[in-house]
Design a protein around this ligand. Structure first.
Ligand code: PFF
Length: 455
């Protein structure tokens, strides 16, 4: 294995990688997407399947993905070439990841744009003193607005490009350092409020009770797809971050920490949101607007609610940013490593392409103006279709590919050395390898089979 030609921006501090990887994992997936798909899939069994996927599939794949990056010291496509030869078919996995990064960021930035809008609304005091009905109508107004969606989506993408253009070391670690503890504290404040609501008991039962009423094959695949989405797995984001990682880092330990924190935040978000929906008669299955229609209701009735709401939504913007950065970094690092482009050129070209792709997603709700056929495909909005294809199918397929690569293609000595060097989990090697070789592919085949109706 050759050393990389351009010096790579190794993380500035020992915690740099952990902060950035956790910043990538913790994002809108935890606070926006997980509660809303849990609501749509009836809670209970869906949550359990999701947790099983995190533990049995997500965690082993995360270790494998980071390891590929660290072993190769290269971003996605180049990493596979570096480890398996220049013409290796495995490099297609890297190519898939770059395409998926473009797709995911194109719809992610729309929701991130909504969080910017809500930050400004609460800053101007416009969320306070409203009835639950008015708060719901407010989201409807945003969802269908052409100018608001366009402006905030593109503004968020510009922000992402500004950070990525400056390189991984600058800024990224600092952002994550503020965002994570801040988000945790605010979720705990909201949780304290939620426990006093009438809806807390039913909400707890909804999230943790074992009822399977509305879980479909599609729901099972959504649980698995989301476990990849929320951990940022399967498209090379963590692989790319791992390529900037020093050789003495304890990858298994870091992975356990990142997956644990990510899961904690997702569950907390549910325990904050569902008590509100149950107390105020909001549909748990209300869809993508769930967090925007529920959380402001709780803040509206709390002392200093306006300030807290502003901080909450601002933290969501930062959480979205530390995730979107990791998506754009996949594309940017690919063009730098593979095509020899400068960082700023790679960032500009990828960012502008994603901006163009984001426009139909941003306009997916604006059916009044453009008619229901605009920005829709096969009966679904462009936004829903891209989200489903990219996160429920492409990420798991990419992740399974990486698991198979590490389990079957990587030389055994290198694999063992990468897992065990400096790790206090060195004894877990055999179990991890079994998970990668058998549990991950079989579980995924079962889920895909269920989704397409084979069982
Ligand atoms: N994990 C991020 C979240 O939960 O919001 C989303 C994400 C980031 C997905 C990076 C995929 C990715 F590569």
């Amino acid at each position: 294995m050759s050393e990389p030609s351009p010096p790579r921006g190794l993380w500035a501090s020992r915690t740099g990688f952990v902060l950035a990887a956790a910043g990538s994992a913790v994002g809108l997936g935890n606070v926006w997407r997980f509660p809303y798909i849990t609501g749509e899939n009836g809670g209970g069994l869906f949550v359990l399947i999701y947790l099983a996927c995190i533990l049995l599939i997500g965690l082993p794949v995360m270790i494998a993905e980071i390891m590929i990056g660290r072993a190769a010291q290269r971003s996605t496509v180049s990493a596979f070439k570096n480890l398996a030869g220049p013409r290796t078919p495995w490099r297609a996995l890297g190519g898939l990841g770059v395409v998926v990064a473009f797709l995911i960021l194109s719809f992610y930035s729309v929701v991130a744009g909504w969080t910017i809008h809500y930050t400004l609304l609460s800053l101007r005091g416009l969320l306070g003193g409203r009835t639950p009905e008015e708060i719901q109508a407010l989201f409807g107004g945003l969802y269908t607005s052409v100018p608001l969606n366009l402006v905030w989506t593109l503004a968020f993408l510009a922000l992402t490009m500004a950070v990525v253009g400056r390189g991984v070391r600058n800024g990224l670690e600092r952002w994550s350092r503020i965002m994570m503890p801040g988000l945790l504290v605010l979720l705990l404040v909201l949780l304290a409020r939620a426990t006093t609501m009438d809806g807390f008991g039913p909400a707890f039962g909804f999230v943790f009770g074992l009822h399977a009423d509305s879980l479909t094959g599609g729901g099972v695949i959504e649980a698995m797809g989301h476990s990849f989405f929320t951990l940022s797995l399967g498209m090379g984001g963590l692989l790319t971050y791992g390529s900037y990682l020093r050789r003495d880092a304890d990858v298994p330990l870091m992975s356990v920490g990142i997956a644990g924190l990510d899961t904690l935040i997702a569950l907390l978000a549910c325990l904050v949101i569902f008590p509100i929906t149950f107390s105020y008669g909001i549909e748990p299955a209300e869809g993508a607007g769930l967090i925007f229609t529920s959380v402001p209701i709780a803040f509206a009735q709390m002392p200093a609610g306006g300030v807290l709401a502003t901080i909450f939504f601002a933290l969501m913007v930062v959480a979205a940013l530390t995730s979107s950065i990791s998506m754009l970094e996949v594309a940017t690092a690919y063009f730098i490593d593979e095509k020899g482009w400068s960082r700023s050129r790679a960032t500009w070209i990828s960012g502008l392409t994603i901006s163009a792709l984001a426009i139909p997603s941003a306009l997916s709700g604006a059916t009044d103006l453009f008619g229901p056929r605009f920005a829709s495909l096969a009966g679904r909005s462009w936004f829903e279709l891209v989200a489903d294809l990219a996160s429920n199918w492409s990420l798991p397929i990419g992740g399974m590919g990486m698991a198979l690569f590490v389990a079957w293609r990587l030389p055994a000595a290198l694999r063992r050395e990468q897992f065990a060097s400096g790790s206090r989990f060195a004894r877990g090697y055999a179990g991890w390898l079994i998970a990668l070789r058998y549990v991950v592919p079989l579980a995924m085949l079962a889920v895909f089979g269920r989704a397409v109706g084979v069982f």
